[in-house]
Design a protein around this ligand. Sequence first.
Ligand code: NAD
Length: 264
Amino acid sequence: MTTGDGLRAPTSADSAELEGRVAIVTGGASGMGLATVHALARRGATVAVFDLAPPDRAELASKLTVAVDRVRSFTVDVTDGEQVQRAFTLLLAEETRLDILVNAAGIAPPTAFEDITEDEWNRVLAVSVHGTFLCCQRALPAMRSGGWGRIVNFSSTAGKTISTAGGAHYTTAKHGVLGLTRHLAKVYGPDGITVNAVCPGLIDTPMARGLLPDASLELATRSFPVPRVGLPWEVAELVAFLASDRAAYITGAAVDINGGDLIV
Ligand code: NAD
């Protein structure tokens, strides 16, 4: 949808851009997921957090500057099909629609290749790839029936090259997320649904701080064209744009946000 001459966007980046939209953010309890919850709710969306340990109301109120009644918490392990199904059923019973899905849940153990156990390999792929598959599969029918949808999957610079600190399983999982994103973009574009991935570089979150000591993080980012670590809200703003009407012609993209660390 464009306005007559195609020069003006149908919506602007105002505070009510996502009013009436219902969103799910997996991994929304921390880091970039939490920043995304904030960015979507600030634009008027109702946001459901799917996380292993989702924040309660008091925690949300202390962390967000938006009305917390726009945010719902669900305890979900995204690798478990039954838990995912239960949370979708509860949410859709109350909200009756679903417009936006952001798959941000992820884990990144730094284990050396020869030390990765089969269980750990499976777990890392399960959270990023299987969890994204399960949530996309349950979200798409609701988006199709609404004739509009936005899916934003968290890949990484690791999905295009290799991870700075995560192991081979993490790099493999983030490549997998890009494959799934591209496939779904192709299939569901005609239904008004866009499917994109974001590929963050080093972003200042509990995950990155857990992998790299503060000094290594500063050192690793000093040589970037933008010589500093990225901030969660900077990624969340990109996600919120991809989730808006203004990004209707972007699908199947893997959008870099990395301070220029990887220029391709
Ligand atoms: P984070 O550790 O701060 O947050 C990740 C969240 O995912 C946590 O709240 C955690 O509880 C949740 N989670 C983990 N396993 C889950 C499961 N099975 N079910 C439901 N929730 C689960 O991490 P972050 O740095 O904000 O990362 C967000 C996403 O961005 C991840 O997919 C990560 O791989 C990716 N990423 C991070 C960086 C970085 O530098 N921080 C860079 C590139 C990509």
